[in-house]
Design a protein around this ligand. Structure first.
Ligand code: DAH
Length: 340
């Protein structure tokens, strides 16, 4: 048995010296120290020996066991250290290697324009508000005085989700939400996406942006509307800008108007941007119709208000002389990057 112990020790040593992986060392451990391992069987078979023999052999077996365990531990540590070394070598960073090119995106011209418009209205004491892109038919049309027979309700213009829900065709439903949730004095603007079932061409996109504005207070008149929107035009397009209000019709305002600004490209002499007229139509506006105020529970004896809505893409296109709205939505970086 003593010889067997010596043999076991030798075998362990040889095999561990040859081991190249932790798996090899584990095999050695199982072969010698495992439940059915060589050394374990020797220990088990010692029952038949005399007490003295058992004591002597037991001590020897335990020494061998301790030696094997120590060798296993050493080999495993060496192998782990070698593996780590190899990994460090493989992961070595070459600090002289040129960096990877990192392409930073830029703000989209529509975002830039919304931000510019927002800054102007904020500077005039307006606060930002928002409404959902998925709206009720009621908020988008009925509450805005566009009764069931209004042409804008025609299914060809509107993306209906069902009888009562649609993708808003304008930001004006934010007026309804604001009137229902705030008390005068109200002075808000609301930028956002709108959707219309239009075939894309140079001036139409089924998704576009508007900025809505709403002011309600005691004694608000058309003069306030003109003052605010004229100031907006001058801040947005330059202090030389003149404005002109033309009568128009919107169901939710009375009276209604469209505002033109003197062409910021030619100063009003007539050019390609203003199509020779010297004027550019920029927004719709008007005094909030009493029936719209009533939907919000506003006392129409006491309060009046004005509202306006402008198309963001139109402003962006005019300012930057972009002649096709589709360019804004093709996301060609060579185009988008020009507006930073
Ligand atoms: N919602 C109108 C549109 O999409 C624009 C508009 C006109 C908004 C007059 C207004 C307004 O608030 O008073 O054409």
């Amino acid at each position: 048995m003593k010889e067997s112990l010596q043999q076991i020790l030798n075998e362990a040593r040889e095999r561990l010296e040859a081991a190249t992986s932790l798996k090899d060392t584990e095999e050695v451990r199982i072969k010698i120290l495992g439940k059915k391992g060589d050394l374990t069987s020797i220990l088990k078979s010692m029952g038949g020996l005399s007490p003295e023999e058992r004591k002597e052999l037991g001590m020897e077996a335990n020494t061998v066991k301790a030696q094997v365990e120590q060798m296993l531990k050493n080999t495993q540590e060496q192998l782990k250290a070698a593996a780590q070394e190899a990994r460090f070598k493989a992961e070595k960073i070459d600090v002289t290697e040129p960096g990877k090119e990192f392409h930073l995106g830029t703000e989209h011209p529509v975002t830039i324009t919304i931000n510019e418009i927002s800054e102007v209205f904020k500077s005039m004491g307006f606060t930002l508000t928002e409404g959902p892109e998925i709206e009720t038919v009621y908020n988008n049309f009925d509450a805005l005085n566009a009764g069931p027979d209004h042409p804008a309700r025609d299914w060809t213009d509107t993306f209906y989700i069902n009888d009562q829900v649609l993708l808003r065709t304008q930001t004006s439903p934010v007026q309804v939400r604001t009137l229902q949730s705030m008390k005068p004095p109200i002075r808000v603007f609301a930028p956002g996406r709108c959707f219309r079932c239009d075939t894309p061409d140079a001036t139409h996109s089924p998704m576009f942006h508007q900025v809505e504005g709403l002011v309600v207070d005691e004694g608000i008149t058309m003069a306030d509307l003109k003052g605010v929107l004229d100031t907006f035009a001058k801040k947005m397009f330059g202090s030389e800008t003149r404005t002109k209000f033309r009568p128009h019709h919107f169901p939710f305002t009375e009276p209604s108007a469209e505002m033109d600004v003197s062409c910021f490209k030619c100063g009003g002499r007539g050019c390609r941007v203003c199509k020779g007229s010297g004027w550019i139509e920029i927004l719709g506006c008007g005094m909030v119709h009493p029936s719209v105020l009533k939907v919000g529970g506003i006392d129409t004896e006491k309060y009046t208000g004005f509202a306006f809505g402008l198309g963001v893409e139109r402003v962006a296109m005019l300012k930057h002389e972009i002649d096709d709205i589709r360019l804004l939505y093709e996301n060609d970086m060579r185009f988008i990057e020009q507006f930073k």
